[in-house]
Structure formats: structure tokens, C-alpha cells
Ligand binder design. Structure first.
Ligand code: NAD
Length: 248
């Protein structure tokens, strides 16, 4: 059987699928990924969490980068890839939707928030590092654009930071625990648009495979888990994924 027909059959026959997405699923919505040419890494320097906490200069640069990225994030629409995962939810097969993305495009597509496991937080909110109070990202961006270059919490004066997980910042424990359970009990683990090199997120596909799930990878470029996977598709997500979930 052709690889695509085989993977379609696994998905069609499964009652418990876990989706796992990286930045690649959102490139077709106009949000650049990290590692492709012209991606975020090529243009902006990474500011680690410690540096953000320690240095006002670093906070100013981090907020400058947020402002630069904001129009693309704010205006992005979910694409065929996000809608394919919605189709799996509609088919009552989707047990969890683990994402490394911070753009909330799965939710914008209509994915149920209860299914979402956001490993790296969200860019739609900013939070105070001291008192944890959150404000909409839109409000924080406006403050920066009005000249408050490293905005602080209106309640306690603590530094405001995007509610995303920076390099060097602790991962959300509840999300990690939920993702581990989901990976270990699913029948099919569908990893889409991720280079699978960012840890600990990338441990979940391996965990699922080890626990007996079929591992299916959709990614334009090779990943370290391709050899372990049951099926690998190197095409564009927007054309491969709808076909895999029997949407066309
Ligand atoms: P990554 O940039 O490391 O990998 C993305 C992968 O997707 C690449 O291997 C690329 O070849 C592939 N890809 C890109 N467009 C594709 C397409 N249309 N079809 C098929 N494959 C495509 O991303 P990652 O694995 O998610 O890790 C990077 C980190 O960056 C994550 O932690 C994430 O939090 C963060 N990030 C998020 C966003 C977002 O929220 N949209 C954007 C940039 C970075």
C-alpha cells in the first residue's frame, strides 16, 4: 500500500490521535518559523530568560522584537493545516492537541481549548514576572509603541513579559504532565511542522512511539526522528495534512 494510503488508514481506524505542531504549521499563515531561511533566528538575536530579568537593555530589545512580529501574529488566519486538526476533532478522534506554537492559530481555527496543550505559552498575553497579572498583548504592544520601551506592571511595577516560554525559562509543569499522558495512551501521534530538535517538547513523539503508538511525521525537512517514525511525509503541510485526515 502507498505510504499515504497506509497512514490514512491508521488515522481512519484510530479512535485516539494526538496532534503535535511546531512553527511549520503556521508558515502558510504568514508567520515565519525559526529555522527556515529568513526565519526568526536569521533576523533576531535570542534573548534568554536570565538576561531578560537582569537587563533593561535586553527587555527593550525583546519588546522591540515583539512589536516587529505583532502585525503578522495579530492578523494571521488559520490555514488548511490547522483546519485538518479541527476535522480530526469533528471526527471525535483527537485526544489532545500539543503545540509548541505561541500564535493561538489552532484556537482561531475553532479547536476546542480543552484539547489544547500549549507547551511554550502564548503570545496573545503579556504577564507580570512578579505578581503574574496578565494583560492582553495588544495593550502591552500599544504601550511600547507609545514610548514605554520596557513596560512594567500597572499593579506592582514588576517587569512585563510576553506569556511565552523563553530559552532558559521553566516549562509549565501542568502542560508537560498532560502531554506525557496523552503521548503514552494514544494510538497515532501526528507530528507536524516541527524540526523536532527543541527539548523537552521533542521528547513527546519519541515517548508515544515507545509506548506503542504509530508515529507519523509531516515536515518539509528531515528530523532526527524520521528513522523511528512509521511514516514520514516531506510535502507542504497544507496539501498533505487534509489528505491524511480524509478531508479530501
Ligand atoms: P522550527 O522552526 O524548528 O521547525 C519548523 C519546521 O517546519 C522546519 O523543519 C521546516 O522545514 C518545517 N516547515 C516550515 N514550513 C513548512 C510547511 N509549509 N510545510 C511543511 N514543513 C514546513 O520550529 P519548532 O520545531 O516549532 O521549534 C521552534 C520554536 O519556535 C518552538 O519552540 C516555538 O515555540 C517557536 N516558534 C513559534 C512560532 C509560532 O507560534 N508560529 C513561530 C516561530 C517560532
Amino acid at each position: 500500500m502507498a505510504a499515504i494510503a497506509q497512514a490514512r488508514a491508521w488515522i481512519a481506524e484510530s479512535s485516539s490521535i494526538v496532534g503535535f505542531t511546531g512553527a511549520g504549521i503556521s508558515t502558510e499563515s504568514g508567520i515565519p518559523d525559526f529555522r527556515s531561511p529568513g526565519g526568526v533566528w536569521a533576523r533576531n538575536r535570542i534573548i534568554e530568560f536570565d538576561e531578560f530579568v537582569r537587563s533593561r537593555e535586553a527587555r527593550i530589545e525583546a519588546w522591540r522584537q515583539r512589536v516587529e512580529m505583532w502585525p503578522a501574529m495579530r492578523d494571521a488566519q488559520a490555514n488548511a493545516g490547522h483546519h485538518a486538526f479541527l476535522e480530526l476533532e469533528r471526527q471525535r478522534k483527537l485526544a489532545a492537541m500539543i503545540t509548541q506554537n505561541i500564535d493561538e492559530l489552532h484556537q482561531r481555527a475553532g479547536q476546542s481549548p480543552d484539547l489544547m496543550i500549549e507547551l511554550h505559552g502564548t503570545n496573545m498575553w503579556a504577564g507580570c514576572l512578579e505578581c503574574r497579572r496578565r494583560i492582553p498583548m495588544e495593550d502591552a504592544i500599544r504601550r511600547v509603541q507609545e514610548g514605554d520601551l520596557a513596560p512594567e506592571c500597572a499593579e506592582c511595577g514588576g517587569p512585563l513579559k510576553a506569556a511565552t516560554v523563553s530559552f532558559g525559562q521553566a516549562m509549565p509543569q501542568r502542560e508537560l504532565a498532560r502531554a506525557a499522558v496523552a503521548a503514552q495512551v494514544c494510538q497515532v501521534f501526528l507530528a507536524v511542522g516541527s524540526s523536532l530538535v527543541v527539548y523537552p517538547a521533542a521528547m513527546f513523539p519519541a515517548m508515544a512511539k515507545q509506548a506503542g503508538a504509530r508515529l507519523v511525521i509531516v515536515n518539509r525537512t528531515p528530523t532526527p526522528l524520521d528513522e523511528a517514525a512509521d511514516a514520514v511525509f516531506r510535502g507542504e503541510i497544507g496539501s498533505v495534512l487534509p489528505e491524511l485526515v480524509n478531508q479530501r
